[in-house]
Write a protein that binds this ligand. Structure first.
Ligand SMILES: [Zn+2]
Length: 61
């Protein structure tokens, strides 16, 4: 009816536990690259795809 929401295109990095904005989750530093977005060799981190941030559950172990 004229209202369309095309914001459903969620992008998940391999290290993300859930889509951004999922209740009970939040951004956290990527442990694979420690938030740098790059691996020690200089390659982009595949876990967070170079963002240095992954979405993880809050309060989990
Ligand atoms: Zn990373």
């Amino acid at each position: 009816m004229g209202i369309q929401n095309n914001n459903e295109h969620q992008h998940l990095s391999p290290g993300d536990a859930a889509p951004e904005g999922t209740p009970g989750t939040g951004e956290d530093l990527c442990r694979a690259c420690r938030g740098t977005g790059r691996l020690p060799l200089g390659d982009p981190c595949p876990t967070c795809e170079g963002t240095g941030i992954v979405i993880e559950g809050i309060g989990g172990g």
